[in-house]
Design a protein around this ligand. Sequence first.
Ligand code: FMN
Length: 192
Amino acid sequence: MAGKKVLIAYGTRYGSTEEISQKIAEILENKGLEVQLVDLKKTKSKEWPSLENFDGVLVGSSIKIFKWMNEPQEFLKKHKVEIQKRVKILGLFVSCGTASVPENCEKAKNDYLEKVMAKIGIEADIYDAFGGVYDFSESSRMGSLDKRMLKMGLKEMAKDSGIKYDEKGRNDFRDWDQIRSFAEKFAELMKT
Ligand SMILES: Cc1cc2nc3c(=O)[nH]c(=O)nc-3n(C[C@H](O)[C@H](O)[C@H](O)COP(=O)(O)O)c2cc1C
């Protein structure tokens, strides 16, 4: 496996998906894989790397109003034919509010991963939905409108699930053990 190359291409609005991507990169690098991280929104699409130099690809997206960001979807569509050949290991992940409650993780996987794969016409070797960050603090990167929308969503979710949150603070619902386990499974697949 040593020396095999992995591309992690992600879309993030407020940094949560980026931090997940960085953590996955760290885990894969510790296992001897060579990793390149690409922020698809910050990088012009004509500068997105081609897949030919990589043995495995991970694509991640943040979810807003039930949707992936445009860039990671465009990336998958752009490489659809190559991905469909199933030569490279493909992993997909999202960071979303829904998966912040562990019991809702399967729903998030269905809504935000299985449906997206079906729509684009691809199949990933591995995919998972991770929880999100709800940052209501003063230092939050979120605008006031997004904060308000998110607060409403979280209030509803808390009513149904009983999860606790801080209305004025940073609520991080990502499960780092779940993320680690996903990265380790991806690394296992890279051995094949
Ligand atoms: C305006 C707004 C709308 C959102 N809509 C959804 C949604 O429809 N479903 C969901 O599961 N999470 C939703 N979220 C939660 C985000 O997916 C979550 O905060 C995620 O961690 C953001 O990732 P990022 O920091 O990489 O952008 C929304 C967040 C914001 C700010």
